[in-house]
Ligand binder design. Structure first.
Ligand code: MIG
Length: 642
């Protein structure tokens, strides 16, 4: 059951899609002055949620700030990341969920002092607060997913392996990446085009010399089973002759500064204007610009810099030290004051600073692009964004931004997945191998072995770092083997994703959600459930050749190496599972089946129905379609028996 409580005049965030009853007296929390909500926690209570935040799956013991920001120092104490997902679930003496639906800053103090107090401080007094009840933590989450609406449904090819790097410049570079994967027998479905494909980083352009015949090139790549996925940044370059800029100015589509002129901020293209995504007409206008790409045959996109990230403004120089007086003591080192300098016009007529609606800016860009692509294409599109807010999960996925090549970041990827799923973001993943810093062969192999199970499986890295395409490492067959496992598991992974989205359920869950009465399982954060039948226990440490795995019940242990599966029934309890670098070990729950397909070099070659079934179950309900139809429903499930 979900109830809402309204304070002031909330700004429309589009987070919820279902009518929710209004409550009279707020349960669980006491409401203090200044919009701070407090609730005592039981000693052993676990607090879940908060999507894209640092630390583990249990958020207890720290402070988190919802204020979207582009900050690549993903340390434990980093207060906020690129998205804001203000949903928490308290699980223990009392079990309930709370969603603080406000586009302004929120500080979640989840018993950071160790005195058992949960406090949520909302900066704005205009707020919609949803209280979710329903028994277990898992059922609370399902109730919540029910009101925020169905998650984005990507095409099948978006579940293939993707290669990306900031630094690919020309069609030649891209063709080489494709050829090298082919030579090494590494399956591949898409290659991302980072900012260098554009003419001087101007959105909705293609660099004429670097990609001379783009439409023909896109077509040729598609014939090889490869999609190209260009990046789109939030800011529109201020430059006479830039049609999108001129049209945007004329139609009044951009955010304004204090004195009513179009606000200017420096980002990659130089000075830019930010589209005022808060208004429906502007979203429709921006979304329609994607026609430029769809006419070239492109069907997948990643939206970047939409926190929005700002290098400098007319009033703040680049790299200026953060303004102590106007800055935010909670977020030292960040230029928070920039966001007080520009203004939106809401559809209800209100003029409001970005600072006050900050956390939905990226989400509104995603909504704009998603709705545009929906109109432009007669099939499903791929879209993932850096910045997000709950609600954007209906239009696209997210990736978790500029992590680094470290074991800590691999572990964070594991923690992020269930937390993001609780907030509707089923289609997500991290930069596999790590974005900043130099990866190692071992880290990349272990990371790939985990990413096999995340819907977005993309190897991406920053310019200037060690090149990390799989073919650059010795023993390429080890990489080939792990990525081929992804493709062999796709009949299951795709089916489980589609069923989870259509049922408004989670795909990736903490063990606690499936084994709520198992005290040991409840505290495990480095193993996850993937779909209804699989448990994974990824290796997250350097220099080890196995790990201890906890099994809450007897399962089938599956090891994949050298192109084949070996299954063994194992009992409940702790066991040591050996997994050399070229081997992936995972588990199938008792009574479940997992369909696995043949090895292919991309999803276009795949036959979802040509599968063998692993595990001890008697039937499996498999979602099957052509991978791109917009008519998706559970009616497309077929029952398979061994
Ligand atoms: O300021 O487009 O997170 O994935 O490679 C950096 C270049 C801008 C940030 C993204 C990253 C991308 C990079 N971008």
């Amino acid at each position: 059951m979900v109830t809402q409580y309204i304070y002031g005049v909330p700004v429309e965030t589009f987070a919820a899609v279902k009518e929710v009853e209004h409550g009279k007296e707020l349960p669980y929390f006491s409401w203090e002055k200044d919009m701070t909500f407090t609730c005592p926690l039981g000693k052993e209570d676990i607090v879940y949620g908060l999507g894209e935040t640092m630390r583990g799956i249990n958020k207890r013991g720290a402070r988190y700030i919802s204020f979207n920001y582009d900050d690549s120092r993903h340390r434990d104490d980093m207060p906020s990341m690129y998205g804001s997902h203000n949903f928490i679930v308290v699980d223990g003496e009392k079990t309930f969920g709370a969603f603080f639906d406000t586009p302004a800053k929120v500080v979640f103090d989840i018993d950071s002092a160790g005195d058992g107090l949960l406090s949520v401080a909302c900066e704005s007094s205009d707020l919609r607060l949803y209280i979710v009840e329903g028994g277990s933590a898992y059922s609370v989450v399902k109730e919540f997913l029910g009101i925020i609406g169905r998650s984005f449904l990507p095409p099948l090819w978006a579940f293939g392996y993707g290669q990306s790097r900031w630094g690919y410049k020309t069609a030649r570079d891209i063709s080489r990446v494709a050829a090298k994967h082919r030579e090494a027998g590494i399956p591949l479905d898409y290659i991302c085009l980072d900012i260098d494909y554009m003419d001087r980083y101007i959105d909705f352009t293609v660099h004429k010399r670097r990609f001379p015949k783009m439409a023909a090139y896109v077509k040729m790549m598609l014939e090889q089973g490869l999609h190209l996925v260009p990046i789109v940044d939030a800011g529109i370059k201020v430059e006479p002759g830039n049609a999108v800029y001129e049209e945007g100015v004329e139609k009044g589509c951009f955010c304004k500064n204090q004195d009513g002129r179009d606000f200017q901020a420096e980002v990659w293209p130089g000075m830019t204007h930010f589209p005022d995504f808060m208004r429906e007409t502007v979203r429709a206008w921006f979304g329609s610009q994607y026609r430029f790409y769809t006419e070239l045959g492109l069907e997948g996109f990643w939206n970047d810099m939409n926190e929005p990230a700002i290098f400098s403004t007319e009033s703040r120089k680049k790299n200026a030290p953060p303004d102590a007086e106007r800055g935010d003591p909670d977020q030292p080192g960040r230029h928070i004051a920039d966001y007080k300098d520009f203004f939106h016009r809401l559809d209800d007529g209100r003029r409001i600073s970005n600072y006050k609606v900050h956390n939905v800016y990226g989400a509104m860009m995603t909504k704009a692009s998603g709705e545009g692509l929906e109109k432009l294409l007669d099939k499903r599109y791929l879209l993932f964004s850096r910045s997000s807010y709950i609600g954007a999960h209906r239009y696209g996925g997210i990736w978790t931004g500029d992590n680094e090549s470290s074991w800590r970041m691999l572990r964070q990827n594991v923690y992020h997945m269930p937390s993001l799923n609780m907030c509707g973001f089923l289609y997500s993943g991290a930069d596999t191998g790590g974005f900043g810093g130099n990866t190692s062969r071992e880290l990349l192999l272990r990371w790939l072995a985990f990413s096999v199970f995340t819907p977005l499986m993309r190897n991406h890295s920053a310019i200037g770092t060690r090149k990390q395409e799989c073919y650059r490492f010795r023993g390429t067959e080890d990489f080939q083997s792990i990525i081929s496992l992804r493709y062999r598991l796709l009949p299951y992974l795709y089916s489980e994703y589609m069923k989870a989205a259509l049922r408004q359920d989670m795909l990736i869950r903490p063990l606690a959600f499936d084994y709520p009465d198992d005290e040991k399982a409840r505290r495990i954060e480095d193993q996850l459930m993937v779909g209804e039948g699989i448990m994974i226990a990824p290796i997250l440490e350097k220099g080890v050749n196995g790990r201890i795995v906890y099994l809450p019940e007897p399962m089938t242990e599956v090891r994949y190496s050298g192109g084949s599966f070996t299954c063994m029934d194992v009992g409940a309890g702790e066991r040591t599972a050996m997994a050399p670098l070229n081997t992936v070990v995972f588990y199938i729950r008792r009574g479940k089946l997992v369909p696995v397909g043949k090895a292919v070099s991309n999803t276009a070659e795949m036959d979802l129905l040509d599968v063998e079934l692993l595990g001890s179950g008697t039937s499996y309900e498999q979602y099957v379609d052509d991978g791109s139809t917009k008519e998706c429903s559970l009616d497309r499930c077929v029952v398979r028996r061994p």
